[in-house]
Design a protein around this ligand. Structure first.
Ligand code: SF4
Length: 232
């Protein structure tokens, strides 16, 4: 288990809850806009799992939930065991995932180890590899989408939008693609997250879409989702 970062308290990561966020190192994507570039190659752990559990034990009553983020957490072989221990302490748990490992997502949810899932949808199918910075098996992403649409667990989809990678046509195609996974079923929540530049971003020169574009994106995704909004 490579714990590469810990945000000790956040009001933003778990809807309506006081949470901490644990960042697990290593990712199979290389999204050019990624903020966590320094942990994608799984650097040294900043703490052991035992130290994390001791921290969580001390925060019982102060925190409601633990968000597991990355990197891509589902790549970590010890994830289920870690979540089991966190759940035993009485915490709600949230999983952030790029959706590339549907079998892990299904396993964790079916064992009641995850209470909320936030899954990234990177772009329309033809732009997926470019936006993820890696070859992506889209059928695996679709399998994860389908599982979430089946309502096994509370969830949201989220798309980080970048002026150089997303326009209204791409967002429309992305919405149509997701909708085609389970015709007639709308996404529960789909958030548009405008890119923000930071020192740790993988590629320089990217920028945020303007407010008019963001409104267009939300209007477009609202055709395919029950709730859609800009976040961040
Ligand atoms: S933004 Fe992309 S590269 Fe960064 S952690 Fe998420 S999936 Fe991996």
């Amino acid at each position: 288990m490579r714990i590469s970062g810990l945000q000790k308290m956040t009001l933003l990561d778990y809807p309506g809850k006081i949470a901490c966020t644990v960042f697990l190192g290593g990712c199979n994507f290389r999204c050019p806009f990624c903020h966590n570039g320094e942990i994608l190659d799984a650097p040294e752990a900043i703490m052991t799992e035992q130290e994390l559990l001791e921290f969580l034990s001390k925060r019982k009553g102060l925190l409601d939930a633990v968000c597991i983020s990355g990197g891509e957490p589902t790549l970590q072989p010890g994830l289920a065991l870690l979540l089991e221990r966190i759940k035993q302490m009485g915490y709600l748990t949230k999983l952030d995932t790029n959706g590339s490992r549907p079998e892990v997502l299904k396993d964790l949810v079916s064992r009641n180890l995850v209470d909320y899932v936030a899954m990234d949808i990177k772009n329309a199918p033809l732009s997926y590899a470019q936006t993820a910075g890696a070859d992506v098996a889209l059928e695996r992403i679709e399998e994860s989408i389908r599982y979430l649409l089946e309502d096994h667990v509370d969830y949201e989809l989220r798309t980080t939008v970048v002026a150089q990678l997303h326009d209204s046509e791409a967002v429309k195609l992305m919405g149509e693609w997701v909708a085609s996974v389970m015709p007639g079923k709308k996404v529960k929540r789909w958030f548009v997250q405008p890119f923000t530049d930071r020192d740790t971003v993988l590629f320089a020169g990217l920028s945020r879409p303007d407010d008019t574009q963001l409104s267009e994106f939300v209007a477009c995704l609202s055709l395919f989702s029950i709730h859609s909004a800009v976040r961040g």
